[in-house]
Unconditional design. Structure first.
Length: 77
């Protein structure tokens, strides 16, 4: 796929507000298309496996705050 710029599409002539509206419209159309697309069987199976594992092992999780703090501490070393 060829790269297309804002200039190629004429979007560089729009105001910031108009460009934000275009960006939101594009994002909304992507979300609609993704939501309308069925999951591949392998992905559905993986999600079901993860859900079953989560239900079977409810204590085998870590709070996001702990994971984030650990990652930030490692990044500072």
């Amino acid at each position: 796929m060829a790269s297309v710029s804002l200039h190629d599409l004429g979007l560089d002539r729009l105001s910031i507000e108009e460009r934000l509206q275009v960006a939101e419209a594009i994002w909304d159309s992507v979300v609609r298309d993704v939501e309308a697309s069925p999951l591949p069987e392998w992905q559905r199976a993986e999600l079901e496996r993860r859900l079953a594992d989560s239900v079977a092992n409810p204590d085998a999780v870590r709070p996001w705050a702990d994971v984030e703090a650990e990652a930030l501490a490692r990044a500072k070393q």
